[in-house]
Design a protein around this ligand. Sequence first.
Ligand code: NCD
Length: 374
Amino acid sequence: MSDFKVSDILLSKGNARSIIDIDELSVEELDKIIKRACDIMENPKKYSKACEGKKLATLFYEPSTRTRLSFEAAMMELGGNVLGFSSASSASVSKGESVSDTAKVISCYADIIAMRHPYEGAPLVAAESASIPLINAGDGGHAHPTQTLADLLTIYREHGRLNNMVIGLCGDLKYGRTVHSLIKAMIRYEGVSFVLISPRELSLPAYIKTEVLEKNNVTFAETTSLEEAIPKLDILYMTRIQRERFDDLDEYERLKDSYVLTKSKLAAAKESMSVLHPLPRVNEISVDVDDDSRACYFKQALYGKFMRMSLILSLLEGSAGTIREKVTAQDKKKPKCRNPKCISQIEQELPQRFKIGTDACTRCAYCDNLIESN
Ligand code: NCD
């Protein structure tokens, strides 16, 4: 009999550290990830075999250009291989498979997973079943930690610091998951304040205002006017209006052109201000801004690849991330999460799970949505 035990491989959670949102990384860990990304940029050869023999699975249930391809390029530049799918229709979910089963199966084929899903909390559910590390590559309108890594490196390279910044977040702050994760990261640095620029209908979710900004005594202001905010800003973070997340397309039509950054609006900004955008852009930054020295969004896409390389290394060596166990307990007393985009809405076998926020409100553990008591 050989020593090879299939059951051990299937059951072992081993080094299965995962990243679902950016606040799982401490400032020290973020620092290390940034430093290593800078080293990778300067000494690519040193890392070109770091993941030799390892495989990254990209499980993308929702469209993506930058995130998926930058993950794949990152793994290739580390000497590893990639496999995966780029739409839900080409995966077994179209036959009714749960994310949890998919995660168990992919754990047999790969060494690390990057997962994007239109339902909020899906990567968390997958991470609890996977026996290999898993990275949330964007879940619905909830979180997008690796875009935040790209944003942090961009700010750091452009300004030489992450503290003492006035950050303007402009556009769809309700559904823009990149904004949610960026706020959670930047509140940890001294002297950071925010100007939230959005139509009232697309303002930042209440849980981020109370649980993240107010709880941490972070200064923020809200306005509907980009022109009014722009002169004060060190960073202007533009976002697109997220058409695919609207239930009411008439509302999307009404709001879609709310903000367009043009060269003339940029004239009122500081010379040192940086314009960031997670991309894709629709029309919220006019192309005549692209050759302005303050436009950083294409560099930001490049920085994202180096940060993903650095994060993959940290997760594989087990120096960052959270080890998660599957939770099966069902809280029968609490009502169901009503967020139509929560993974618990489509996967009936999942237990309803809750957490109590510091505001004493009950929230869904998958999607952070407020749970009403009746
Ligand atoms: C963002 C995303 O997918 O959330 N894009 C990205 O990852 N680069 C932003 C967006 O789609 O608007």
